[in-house]
Design a protein around this ligand. Structure first.
Ligand code: GDP
Length: 197
């Protein structure tokens, strides 16, 4: 699976200014520093399509990329960065809420989870929000190269246990590493299948 063409379309804070919803769309989101930009660059095969964040919490924009003229990849601003002000946080919430609840072509929300950490409250809260809005969800456990597969699987098991307290099912999930190129084919195949469905 290879992306032949990745084109930046628009960045904005206003969901009504997003491109016309005429192609399937996939959104990527997670805590600041989870490795979202690196993952997007890995998936697209472009070194700097998404800017690797020097300053977490700074980019509060909805970024649309057109992939192979067939689907939109959306880079959403990260959450849970302690140092942003309450005002910025509230703005983030409204923007993300509006985007997620109004985007009719949204096929799946990929929530990125740091594979090294036990379940984090902010992640669980965000996932609950996605679920309550009836949006299809997938999880990507990032930075898997930083530890053994065994440890990553333990993290996933802990995450599953936590989620199943309130969820009926565990969503589709992927293990990724941007440095070792793990998970690229799996995520792209998954998107491909959904695009053809
Ligand atoms: P974002 O804030 O979620 O967009 O995260 P970035 O992609 O900017 O990555 C945050 C930091 O984690 C950077 O220093 C990256 O080089 C590093 N990083 C991201 N993905 C990986 C990965 O898969 N493996 C390793 N070892 N480091 C990663």
């Amino acid at each position: 699976e290879i992306i032949k063409e990745a084109e930046f379309i628009i960045s904005n804070t206003d969901h009504t200014k997003c491109p016309a919803p005429d192609l399937p769309e996939y959104a990527f989101i997670g805590r600041s520093n989870v490795g979202k930009s690196s993952l997007i660059n890995m998936l697209s095969g472009r070194k700097s399509l998404a800017k690797i964040s020097g300053k977490p919490g700074k980019t509060q924009l909805i970024n649309h990329f057109l992939m192979d003229k067939a689907w939109y990849l959306v880079d959403l601003p990260g959450y849970g960065y302690a140092k942003v002000s309450k005002k910025v946080n509230a703005g983030w919430g409204t923007m993300i809420n509006n985007y997620l609840t109004s985007r009719e072509n949204l096929v799946c929300v990929f929530v990125l989870i740091d594979s090294r950490l036990p379940p984090q409250k902010v992640d669980m809260e965000f996932i609950d929000f996605v679920g309550k809005n009836g949006l299809p969800l997938s999880l990507i456990f990032t930075k898997a190269d930083k530890q053994s597969l065994n440890k990553t699987n333990q993290s996933i098991a802990a995450f599953r246990k936590n989620m199943l307290k309130t969820w009926e099912d565990f969503p589709p999930y992927f293990i990724s590493s941007a440095t070792e190129t793990i998970g690229k084919a799996e995520v792209l195949n998954f998107i491909d299948k959904l695009n053809q469905a």
